[in-house]
Design a binder for this molecule. Structure first.
Ligand SMILES: Cc1cc2nc3c(=O)[nH]c(=O)nc-3n(C[C@H](O)[C@H](O)[C@H](O)COP(=O)(O)OP(=O)(O)OC[C@H]3O[C@@H](n4cnc5c(N)ncnc54)[C@H](O)[C@@H]3O)c2cc1C
Length: 329
């Protein structure tokens, strides 16, 4: 199976568990692993419910290890199957991977850095920690997770960082207060955050309340995990005579619309590019915006949503898909 485009063959060199629910997979591209900026990820061709699909994984470490990319994949309980596919790979399996892509790059030259990880969001921050430590830059890494057993690379990071590593383990009753941490950061310092949407929201709120420069808060979320668990809902398509389409729990709105002939433009399918955006005319319940494309204000307004990741909760949503029959254009 090949998703085509920018993918190339790779071989799994080794697989091993690095935490109770995290598996590391070493991937050796046949054309050789390329150097990458820390914070980069690769896309992997996966199969989900028998269909080709793509999932992204951050590269662990500052550079490839002996010609292999390293990724660490969490076992996702309510998964559609992408992580299950990757976690089931064995040594010598063949896969298709992209070149590294850099959307979360470390910017040097700041007086201080705060790295913040939520759970598996540690993966891009491992390489950043090594890079900052090597360059002798002042920084701290704050890492919040449910339990220590679920935290990969803990020994490596403790040894590298000493008391620059602070753990907030909820099972042990420790909570990360982002506002207090931001107060301690140099006024021109930068914050790099990788974690769930709620954590990103809290950081953005605290950052804004302190009137810090917007561009000095950089984040990556692993997308699609929303504020509400996914549930089935109905989309009414106003420009298609109010055609009603059911979006099952395990399907995106973009795919469900496509299944019923409402084709939208799309590209990233991760809530980043905005191509699959539609106008929301009415929403009975709430909208669960899972994208990083719309601003917080636009999401709160609810006049549009990105169909590749976002969903409706508790009731139907009426949209205008942008479709116009040729004779009305
Ligand atoms: C840049 C980037 C880097 C990443 N790096 C890592 C990494 O280092 N390690 C790692 O483990 N993961 C990483 N991810 C996440 C990874 O790409 C996958 O999303 C993850 O493995 C889950 O895939 P899945 O198919 O198993 O789960 P999915 O089915 O995609 O489910 C993931 C989440 O989406 C929700 N969901 C389920 N159904 C739907 C639906 N129909 N519509 C919308 N949401 C739904 C689920 O509740 C779940 O919380 C990264 C993602 C990005 C974008």
């Amino acid at each position: 199976m090949s998703p085509g485009g920018h993918f190339a063959p790779a071989r799994v060199r080794a697989v091993h568990d690095v935490a109770s629910d995290v598996r590391m997979i070493e991937l050796e591209p046949s054309s050789g692993a390329r150097a990458y900026p820390t914070g980069s990820h690769i896309d992997i061709a996966v199969e989900v419910e028998g269909l080709p699909d793509v999932r992204s994984y951050s590269l662990v470490g500052e550079r490839p290890l002996d010609g292999a990319y390293r990724i660490a994949v969490k076992d996702v309980a309510d998964s559609r199957g992408g992580s299950r596919f990757v976690r089931a790979l064995e040594a010598e399996s063949d896969v298709e991977v992209s070149d590294p892509k850099s959307h979360f790059e470390l910017h040097y030259g700041r007086p201080e850095y705060l790295l913040v990880a939520g759970g598996i969001g540690i993966t891009p921050l491992v390489g950043m920690s090594h890079a900052l430590a090597r360059h002798g830059r002042p920084f701290r890494l704050l890492w919040a997770a449910r339990s220590r057993a679920q935290m990969p690379f803990l020994d490596e990071l403790s040894e590298l960082l000493g008391d620059r590593l602070e753990l907030y383990v909820s099972e042990e009753g420790n909570r990360l207060e982002l506002g207090q941490q931001i107060d301690q950061l140099h006024p021109d310092g930068e914050l790099y955050l990788c974690g769930p949407l709620r954590m990103r929201d809290a950081a953005q709120r605290a950052w804004r309340e302190r009137e810090r420069a917007r561009e000095q808060l950089r984040f990556e979320t692993f997308a699609s995990g929303g504020r509400f668990p996914p549930e089935e809902f109905v989309v009414r398509v106003r420009d298609r005579d109010d055609q009603e389409i059911v979006v099952p729990r395990n399907r995106t709105m973009l795919d469900a619309l496509g299944d019923h002939g409402v084709e939208l433009m799309w590209d990233c399918r991760r809530g980043e590019c905005g191509l699959c955006q539609v106008a929301v005319l009415e929403a009975e319940g709430e909208l669960d915006h899972r994208d990083v494309f719309l601003s917080e204000e636009q999401q709160a307004q609810g006049a549009s949503l990105l169909t590749c990741v976002s969903r409706a909760v508790r009731g139907a949503v009426t949209i205008d898909s942008g479709f116009r029959p040729a004779w009305t254009r």
